[in-house]
Design a protein around this ligand. Structure first.
Ligand code: UDP
Ligand code: MG
Length: 350
């Protein structure tokens, strides 16, 4: 059929791009050979930087990023997402953007949190590879080429591991516990779930939904969508300017969010499997205890008035029934929403 063979201009352009190695000739910062702005279709790496009140760090970070990304010889863009900063961060970013068209700035109306900032950055990223890092200079931009190299070995996500972490002990010890628990429960064999430095294939960032404070669980969200996760040890530095934006409450929130992640990704469409299992275990434990006591009483071996175990049995039976009922209610709500699941498809051969 003639129509099928016809090649659209876009396709032609795509073929040309694939065959030709990237040009490394002298090029003015942020400009494509045709002039004005970097061609968004040809961007190889997007760097997404979420930030909140980091005015002192941004200039140094920007210089470092420019050096590293320029040296990689790939077309790139840097997307700074200003998460409603109240200091001069946006002014600094605006000046950077004026001088370099590769730098994009998205400013949120108010502080929505790191997850929201990342999600927004992911939405706007057009590179085939997307790299994230913190704005506070703790993550070293020099690690970006290493992450990209590791990603090209075939992973969908490569997560940094701050093996030598330059943070106070009040943060490092609970963090180890947190990572251990998440590793144990999810079975994902990485050591540092919440590292700011990560590299993704574009497909991943367009698929996962990061909201609330779920940025701590991005590898979990990606893994459960069927993406492969790799890990690379990265250099970590002390905070030079400003202070951490996450206080001691981070661990409590992290724990609660973990329950959310497990529930929403694993059981949202089948709540009875979770609540029903707990309910059945509780019910039958109580039933066996009370049945044993009843038989003993029937045989005349014991009197029940001095057996607190009887009450424990009753309690387990009642709690069991309640859990079961919650599970059934959950099923009804889940069905009532009539939700169509979005299943992650890797390929379709049509
Ligand atoms: N951040 C953000 N929004 C927030 C809090 C933090 O965009 O509400 C950014 C922050 O500016 C930094 C990164 O998230 O670039 C990590 O934050 P921080 O360094 O405070 O975390 P820590 O290193 O203590 O885990
Ligand atoms: Mg930090």
């Amino acid at each position: 059929m003639p129509e099928e063979k016809k090649e659209t201009p876009q396709k032609k352009q795509y073929r040309r791009k694939r065959r030709q190695p990237p040009k490394k000739g002298p090029q003015k910062e942020g400009q494509s050979p045709r002039g004005q702005q970097a061609d968004s279709k040809s961007i190889a790496v997007s760097v997404v930087v979420p930030l909140y009140n980091e005015e002192d760090s941004i200039p140094e970070l920007s210089d470092e990023l420019k050096g590293v990304l320029g040296g990689m010889g790939m077309p790139y863009e840097i997307i700074y997402v200003d998460d409603g900063s109240t200091d001069g961060s946006f002014k600094v970013l605006r000046d950077l953007h004026r001088n370099n068209k590769r730098i994009k700035v998205i400013r949120m109306r108010t502080n929505f949190g790191k997850s929201a900032a990342l999600a927004l950055g992911f939405q706007h990223a057009s590179g085939d590879i997307v790299v994230t890092l913190d704005a506070d200079l703790q993550d070293d931009p020099a690690e970006i080429p290493n992450l990209v190299k590791e990603l090209k070995k075939g992973y969908d996500v490569v997560s940094g591991w701050k093996k030598r972490r330059r943070d106070p002990i009040t943060k490092t010890i609970p963090s180890k516990l947190f990572n251990y628990t998440v590793r144990l429960v999810t079975g994902i064999k990485i050591h540092d779930f919440n590292c700011g430095l990560k590299a993704y294939r574009k497909n991943v960032v367009k698929t996962i939904k990061v909201y609330g404070e779920l940025h701590r669980f991005i590898p979990v969200l990606a893994h459960w969508q069927g993406f492969s996760i790799g890990e690379l040890i990265v250099k970590h530095r002390r905070r030079k300017f400003g202070r951490t934006k996450f206080g001691i409450t981070r661990f409590m929130k992290g724990f609660l969010d973990f329950i959310t992640v497990i529930f929403t990704t694993r059981f949202a469409t089948r709540p009875l499997h979770l609540f029903g299992t707990i309910g059945l275990v509780s019910f039958f434990t109580g039933f066996i205890i009370d049945a044993y006591l009843a038989i003993q009483w029937f045989l005349g071996n014991i009197t029940l008035s001095n057996r607190p175990l009887l009450l424990a049995g009753f309690l387990l039976i009642i709690v069991g029934v309640q859990f079961f009922a919650i599970g059934l209610l959950g099923e009804m709500i889940s069905r009532g929403q009539n939700r169509e699941e979005e299943y992650p498809i890797r390929d379709i051969l049509d």
